[in-house]
Design a binder for this molecule. Structure first.
Ligand code: NAD
Length: 353
């Protein structure tokens, strides 16, 4: 089969994965970057993990206030604190919200980031930043927010509760699946996405069966990285546009929202790109993609309904109207207001669109 022509950009970043190795690798990376005044960002809940990996490092400031979707006023206070302590390196230990706050600081200060992720959100491998003002979430892309180094250590994810692990893993799957048709989808990011799907689909059932086992946790972190690299290159497809509106306008939990919406977008879009749909299905260990994703959702107990995570049925029309103008022109099937309302209603009640 001929290869599509493409222009593909690969982001420059050092990536390390070693179970139990975060402390050693972080020390080496701090030395390599010549940092002397670290701002260590970790939410209260992850502070003990941060203590473990940052022991002995020159920490000038610890920052524990972390809020999902990075409220602009929080970003401003963190920026002022970083400037006051003359931070020359931001080290994050936590999920996408923690990485997101460091990105907001890096965006204006140009201070580099080392990210030690503890979820499968994947923010660490993208140059995408996000800020929320009121009910409006804005995002942008800037090279300064891409962490210089990412250190994956699955022992730091053992405390991530199974339910959150599953939802977060589905956030990774959503990056991969959306990359199959996002505006910048190309053969390279699709190859990474398909491998990400395969690895996450293998790892998540292992995490559910044995939450303290390293093998499944390693696979999920590796899959999360692949998913984020594919997403960073392919950009936001329909799925991300929908979840961006739901998260920013209705304060829904990020990972769960992705997990719930994903099968509905897959069911809508896969028939428009049957060959890619088949490859998604195969990467999930089957053939028909929606059935294969359903089997995985069933096996790991993925969240099913937006009504369970705080979305009101009465907001379906408003949400659809907010989403319609941002639907990518390249989406493989036509999307109208009624299509979006049907999709959101099915996602709201946990049925099928
Ligand atoms: P999160 O960072 O908000 O973490 C969810 C919860 O898990 C928090 O309560 C946190 O304290 C807890 N947690 C994290 N790690 C833990 C661990 N190891 N053990 C126990 N508890 C742990 O959620 P998330 O899903 O990782 O990230 C969501 C945010 O990231 C959203 O704001 C989203 O927009 C952003 N995001 C950005 C990008 C990007 O490219 N910019 C990509 C993905 C996600």
């Amino acid at each position: 089969m001929p290869t599509d022509s493409f222009v593909h950009e690969t982001l420059g970043q050092r990536v390390i994965l070693e179970a139990g190795g975060a402390g050693r690798h972080l020390t080496a990376e701090v030395d390599r970057l010549g940092a002397a005044r670290i701002m260590l960002i970790a939410a209260e809940a992850e502070a003990p993990l941060a203590d473990r990996v940052a022991a002995g490092l020159p920490v000038a400031l610890r920052w524990t206030e972390v809020v999902q979707h990075v409220p602009a006023e929080l970003a401003e206070r963190a920026r002022e604190a970083a400037a006051r302590c003359r931070a020359d390196l931001l080290v994050t230990v936590g999920g996408g919200s923690t990485t997101g706050l460091a990105k907001a600081v890096a965006l204006t200060s140009r201070v580099p980031i080392i990210a030690v992720p503890t979820t499968y959100a994947g923010s660490e491998a993208t140059a995408v930043w996000g800020l929320t003002e009121g009910r409006h979430k804005s995002t942008g892309v800037h090279a300064s927010v891409l962490p210089a180094t990412v250190i994956y250590d699955s022992t730091l994810t053992l405390s991530l509760p199974v339910g959150l692990s599953v939802a977060s893993g589905f956030n990774g799957l959503a990056h991969c699946i959306d990359s199959m048709w996002a505006p910048g989808s190309d053969p390279i990011n699709r190859a990474l996405a398909l491998e990400g799907i395969r690895v996450l689909a293998a790892g998540l059932p292992k995490v559910v069966a044995d939450p303290s086992g390293i093998e499944g946790r390693d696979e999920c972190l590796y899959g999360a990285y692949l998913s984020a690299v594919s997403f960073a290159s392919a950009g936001s497809g329909l799925h991300h546009k929908i979840c961006h509106v739901l998260g920013g306008s209705y304060s829904l939990p990020h990972a769960e929202t992705h997990a719930i919406v994903l099968p509905h977008v897959l069911a809508l879009n896969a028939p428009g790109v049957p060959e890619r749909g088949l490859r998604i299905g195969q990467a999930l260990g089957g053939t028909e993609p929606v059935a294969a994703l359903d089997r995985l959702r069933e096996a790991v107990g993925a969240p099913r309904a937006l009504k369970d995570v705080g979305f009101e049925e009465a907001d379906i029309g408003d949400a659809a109207a907010r989403i319609l103008p941002v639907v990518p022109a390249s989406n493989p099937v036509a999307v109208s207001l009624p299509v979006l309302e049907d999709l959101l209603r099915a996602a709201w009640n946990g049925g099928r669109s």
